[in-house]
Design a protein around this ligand. Structure first.
Ligand SMILES: [Zn+2]
Length: 420
C-alpha cells in the first residue's frame, strides 16, 4: 500500500472526551473515528486491516482445533430469547424493535439461543457429536454509558463459539482444548496475559475462566500467584487473600482487561429450548454445552493499552497493520523514490506487508513521516534518505526506537530476519 493513497487522518490531539490511552491513540493514529453515535465507531483503513489480522489469527487457531465457522444474522427473533427467559433478564441492554409485521426482534449481544436453535434443527444423534460451532460477528449491547472507545463500545466484533456434547466429561475435554487454543491465540498476538478463575455471572454455568490482558489501565482486579500459573478474579477470591490455594505461594494483585471468557454451560440452554439428541440407548437427552468468547475489536484496544509509549502505538508483530514502513525522506528526489519503489516491490515479493510513505505534499516533510510512523506504531521503518547515494539506508525499531545503518543490498534479508 502507498501512504499517499490510503485514508490515514493522523491528528496531533484527540477529542477531549477520549480519556483512555488506547482510545486516544487509535483516534489520533487514524485507526478509528467516531460515527457520531455514542459507542459506535467507523473503522478506517488502518483499523480495518488490523481488525482483519487479529480476526484471521483467531479463526486460524479455532479451525486448527476443529471448530466450524458459521455466520448468523445479527438480527435475532425475540421469540428465541423468550424461550430461555433472557428477553426479560437482559433488560435494557438488549436492543429490541419490531418489523413492519409487528414481529419482535433484537440486535444480538450474544448468540446462545440462536446457536442452540441452529443445532437443534440439524443434530439429532450422539453420532454427530461433539460439535463446536462459532462465528466472528458484530454484536450490539445497549450500554448505559459507552466509553473508552473500542474497550466498551455498544457495537463490537466478537468471536463466539458454542460446543455441544453427549456427556459432561466430553464438554470438559473441549473446555480444556479451548483453554489451550486461546493460549495459542493470545501468544501469537504477542500479548502478556493471564488465565484466571472467574465468576460465571449472567450467562450461568459451572466452571469459567477469563483471559486477562495485563495492563495498568485494566478495569478488572486479579490475584496472581508468584510461584505457579494460578490466577483468579477478585469476584472469586478475596482481595486480602495472600496464599495461593493451588501451591501455597504468595499471591499478588494486578490489573487486567478481560479479552476472552470460556464457560462450562451444562444443559441450561438446551433444556430450556428442548434441544435434544438420541443417545446410544435411543433415548432423548439435552445437549451438554460449553461457550467460548473473544472480544476481537476489544483486543485492538487491549494490545495498545499494553503496548504503547509517549509517541504512540507499538503494535506487536502479528497484529500490526503493516510490518514495515518505507519512509522516503524526499519523495521528489528521483533517486530516493526509485530506491523506495524497488525496496517496496522486493519486500512484497518476500511476503512482507509493507507501506510506502511516498507523500510529496509540502506539509509532509521527513519529520512528519517519522512522527506518523511512531504514532501509528508499525514495528520497523526503513528510511531512505541522502545516504542512498552511498547505498545505505536506516532501520528504526519502533519498540526500542533504536536506529541502525544497513547497506541497501542487505536490507531485505535483514528485515526478513527481524520479522521472523
Ligand atoms: Zn501458586
Amino acid at each position: 500500500m502507498r501512504f499517499s493513497r490510503l485514508l490515514i487522518p493522523t491528528m496531533k490531539e484527540a477529542p477531549s472526551d477520549a480519556v483512555l490511552t488506547s482510545h486516544i491513540l487509535l483516534l489520533r493514529a487514524g485507526f478509528i473515528q467516531s460515527s457520531g453515535g455514542s459507542g459506535l465507531y467507523n473503522f478506517l483503513p488502518l483499523g480495518k486491516i488490523t481488525l482483519d489480522k487479529v480476526r484471521a489469527i483467531v479463526k486460524d487457531e479455532l479451525d486448527k482445533a476443529g471448530c466450524n465457522e458459521v455466520h448468523l444474522p445479527m438480527v435475532t427473533p425475540l421469540s428465541l430469547w423468550e424461550e430461555t427467559g433472557r428477553a426479560d433478564k437482559f433488560g435494557s441492554e438488549l436492543l429490541r424493535f419490531k418489523d413492519r409485521h409487528q414481529n419482535g426482534f433484537t440486535l444480538s449481544p450474544t448468540n446462545e439461543e440462536a446457536m442452540v436453535n441452529l443445532v437443534r434443527q440439524t443434530v439429532k444423534s450422539y453420532k454427530q457429536l461433539p460439535l463446536n460451532v462459532y462465528q466472528i460477528n458484530w454484536k450490539f449491547r445497549d450500554e448505559v454509558r459507552p466509553r473508552f472507545g473500542l474497550m466498551r463500545g455498544r457495537e463490537f466484533l466478537m468471536k463466539d463459539a458454542y460446543s455441544f456434547h453427549a456427556t459432561v466429561e466430553d464438554m470438559e475435554r473441549e473446555f480444556a482444548l479451548m483453554e489451550e487454543t486461546y493460549k495459542k491465540i493470545f501468544t501469537r498476538l504477542g500479548l502478556d496475559f493471564k488465565v484466571v478463575e472467574a465468576d460465571s455471572g449472567a450467562i450461568g454455568g459451572a466452571g469459567s475462566k477469563e483471559f486477562m490482558v495485563l495492563a495498568d489501565s485494566g478495569e478488572d482486579t486479579i490475584m496472581v500467584c508468584e510461584s505457579c500459573d494460578f490466577g483468579a478474579n477478585v469476584e472469586v477470591i478475596a482481595e486480602d487473600e495472600t496464599l495461593c490455594p493451588k501451591c501455597g505461594g504468595t499471591l499478588s494483585q494486578t490489573k487486567g482487561i478481560e479479552a476472552g471468557h470460556i464457560f462450562q454451560l451444562g444443559t441450561t440452554y438446551s433444556e430450556a429450548m428442548k434441544a435434544e439428541f438420541l443417545n446410544k440407548n435411543q433415548k432423548l437427552e439435552p445437549f451438554v454445552m460449553g461457550t467460548y468468547g473473544i472480544g476481537v475489536s476489544r483486543l485492538l484496544a487491549g494490545i495498545i493499552e499494553q503496548n504503547h509509549d509517549e509517541k504512540g502505538c507499538v503494535w506487536t508483530k502479528e497484529s500490526a497493520p503493516f510490518s514495515v514502513d518505507i519512509i522516503v525522506a524526499k519523495a521528489k528526489n528521483a533517486e530516493q523514490m526509485e530506491a523506495g519503489d524497488k525496496l517496496y516491490s522486493m519486500l512484497q515479493a518476500k511476503g512482507v506487508s509493507v507501506i510506502l510513505d511516498d507523500r510529496v505534499d509540502k506539509k509532509t516533510g521527513f519529520g512528519v513521516k517519522v512522527k506518523d510512523f511512531e504514532l501509528i506504531g508499525i514495528p520497523f521503518a526503513v528510511v531512505i534518505g541522502n545516504d542512498i547515494s552511498d547505498g545505505k539506508v536506516e532501520i528504526i525499531n519502533r519498540e526500542t526506537l533504536e536506529k541502525e545503518e544497513v547497506l541497501l543490498d542487505m536490507i531485505v534479508e535483514t528485515i526478513v530476519e527481524k520479522l521472523s
